[in-house]
Design a binder for this molecule. Structure first.
Ligand SMILES: Cc1ncc(COP(=O)(O)O)c(C=O)c1O
Length: 416
């Protein structure tokens, strides 16, 4: 067993992945996290970090939210995993709760253990429902890294080594309704789309795009799958990001924040028509651990807190104020920052080039702010803290970010 930080690092090198160990070292993230509470992560030396990445959307309620922890402890003492032979109350309650809070006629839920699994099953349901095979997705999209989800995703670096992927996926530019319209064929089952591309670099579509996708799907009788795995549950300033344009998808995927930052859980929620064929053969899609009582208890508590405290309003307010601050910093450092954009507390700071992130992120970490870039566009630093973050902590984190940008400016002529 490992005791010291060095031993843990060596175990990463020897038994996990030496490349990952190196990557963490370069980012000055080769420290060992040992505990977390609210918006603070603490390492093995007692150093504290303000969590500005928020687990890429997982920690919307912060770390170890007391109400979620209490619900999970209570369930743990009774029945953590389902026998799968009898009715499961937490799963039934969570399904009913999601039917209530999701837009329009979204009704039935199926639970899994991650975002990618939710996407897999959404795609399967679309094929099952329509009897068609093709799925349209967008360039730059991130839907996960299992085969189906990867086939829908839009970054070649992640796709190329694993080809051939699942056939019958067509990619169109995000935000372009004409391209979407042209890509639709008689065999198109569904469009899968993130209402705002998160890992793609926090890309907001033009106003009217989402509503336009709904219209095109209706006109062509294809299903609209909204991947709200990262944007859902308050992150972008609405409870769901499709609500920015009052769009009701046929299928929605959730994960990340759904587990309240305590348990992993993913969900596929569909309108009645998408469950029509499945309900005739309910064992067509199953999951051993999906819908386990422990994860469902966490999700019920998370959704209850989120809706009771209307945290999307907080996300909107803090997000707008943070963007103003970041735009001021961008104005001061035009050689470093290209753009600041986002919605709610999903904010992207696009740098002039990818290398700058290699200076700014480690500098932020050194000064006590945990930060990261977006997976499909590494020159975008994400500001994605818990929705419950205290204003002074967020201010502090922005101060650290500004100092890190100053450092990048100081080194600019030497490095770039
Ligand atoms: C929009 C979106 N979909 C799917 C996924 C995949 O989720 P997971 O990593 O839990 O498989 C992610 C993860 O970042 C995501 O942001």
């Amino acid at each position: 067993m490992t005791d010291t930080r060095d031993q843990i690092y060596k175990a990463y090198v020897d038994f996990v992945n030496p490349g990952l160990a190196r990557l963490l070292k370069i980012a000055r993230a080769d420290t060992v996290e040992v505990s977390a509470s609210g918006s603070i992560i603490t390492d093995d030396s007692g150093k504290e970090y303000i969590d500005c990445a928020g687990g890429y959307g997982v920690f919307s309620l912060g770390h170890r939210h007391p109400e979620v922890v209490s619900a999970v402890k209570d369930q743990l003492d009774r029945m953590p995993l389902a026998s799968k032979l009898f009715l499961n109350k937490p799963m039934a309650d969570l399904s009913a709760l999601l039917a209530k809070i999701t837009p329009g006629a979204l009704q039935y839920s199926f639970f899994v253990n991650s975002g990618a699994e939710a996407v897999e099953n959404a795609i399967k349901l679309a094929r099952l429902t329509t009897g068609k095979t093709r799925v349209i997705s967008t360039h730059g999209a991130f839907h996960g890294k299992t085969f189906g989800a990867l086939s829908a995703s839009g970054r070649d670096v992640f796709r190329e080594p694993f080809k051939p992927l699942v056939p019958s996926f067509d990619h169109v530019p995000f935000g372009d309704l004409d391209a979407l319209s042209e890509a639709i064929t008689d065999d198109t089952a569904a469009l899968i789309i993130e209402p705002i591309q998160a890992e793609g670099g926090v890309i907001l579509p033009p106003v009217g795009y989402l509503a336009g996708t709904r219209r095109l799907c209706d006109e062509n009788n294809i299903l609209l799958i909204a991947d709200e795995i990262q944007t859902g549950l308050g992150r972008t300033g609405k409870l769901f990001a499709v609500e920015h344009e009052k769009v009701v998808p046929d299928i929605m995927t959730l994960a990340k924040a759904l587990g309240g930052g305590v348990m992993p859980i993913g969900a596929v929620i569909g309108q009645a028509r998408t469950w029509e064929k499945w309900k005739r053969d309910p064992l067509l899609i199953t999951s051993t651990f999906g819908g386990n009582p422990l994860a469902c208890a966490a999700a019920i508590a998370a959704v209850t807190v989120l809706t009771r405290d209307e945290l999307w309003k907080r996300a909107h307010k803090l997000g707008e104020a943070t963007k103003v601050k970041l735009k001021k910093i961008a104005k001061r450092f035009p050689r470093i920052i290209q753009d600041v954009r986002g919605s709610g507390l999903l904010i992207g700071v696009e740098l002039k080039n990818e290398g700058l992130g290699g200076v700014i992120i480690p500098e932020m970490v050194r000064n006590g702010v945990a930060a990261g870039y977006t997976l499909n566009m590494p020159r975008v630093i994400r500001i994605e803290p818990p929705l419950v973050i205290e204003e002074d902590l967020l201010d502090q984190a922005m101060g650290v970010f500004e100092k890190a940008v100053e450092e990048a400016e100081r080194l600019f002529d030497k490095l770039f």
